[in-house]
Design a binder for this molecule. Structure first.
Ligand SMILES: [Fe+2]
Ligand SMILES: [Fe+2]
Length: 203
């Protein structure tokens, strides 16, 4: 991204986001870039998607639905879960507010919370970078970050397993996209679990 574009994007984000979420956005930009360089994805697209992925996260219900009314309503499971609105509204907003038309960037933003069936490398990178950026502080963050830098798809698989459990424990239903992708990745990593990955790393 050109310095001028970066300045323009950051200026908009600073108007819209709390300090904490601004730091998270910059952190995801950096982590996505690192993962892209390691795993051979487009580092510039990863940075842009990382910086902008939460650009509508602090929108009101009205602001999200104004974008949906204009550009397309998401499936009912997304319309009914407010945690999922921002990925869908940002998918439209990156284009209509910032003029970004690149489909790889847009789709990475769109699927950053739920994941997607047959995720692309850039989608996988953003999904994982969102959970492992430098502002995250949960117990296993170093573990997930290390796995991601070695095998980002494996990290996405393990993180999805964690998300699915967490949602179920909170009485929420994971989005079918995540369940399907998790099931597909289970066939790719049939014997991988958090426990045996930790053992392998002597953690
Ligand atoms: Fe998000
Ligand atoms: Fe995020």
């Amino acid at each position: 991204m050109t310095p001028k574009d970066q300045e323009r994007y950051e200026a908009l984000l600073r108007q819209r986001l709390s300090d904490h979420r601004m730091k998270h956005s910059l952190g995801v930009m950096r982590e996505a870039e690192i993962l892209a360089r390691i795993h051979g994805a487009d580092a510039e697209k990863a940075q842009i998607a990382g910086l902008l992925h939460d650009m509508t996260k602090e929108f009101s219900r009205e602001e999200h639905f104004r974008l949906f009314d204009q550009y397309g309503h998401p499936d009912p499971q997304i319309s009914e879960s407010k945690n999922l609105w921002h990925a869908e509204s940002a998918y439209y907003d990156v284009t209509h507010t910032l003029g970004i038309t690149d489909d790889e960037i847009r789709s990475a933003v769109r699927y950053h919370t739920t994941g997607n069936e047959n995720m692309t490398l850039l989608q996988t990178i953003l999904f994982v970078a969102d959970l492992t950026d430098e502002t995250r502080t949960y117990d296993d963050v170093d573990f997930y970050r290390a796995v991601a830098r070695e095998d980002v798809t494996k990290a996405a698989y393990l993180a999805m397993g964690w998300c699915i459990e967490d949602l179920k424990n909170r009485g929420l239903t994971p989005h079918p996209r995540m369940l399907r992708e998790h099931a597909r990745l289970q066939t790719v990593f049939p014997s991988v679990t958090v426990e045996n990955e930790k053992q392998r790393r002597n953690l």
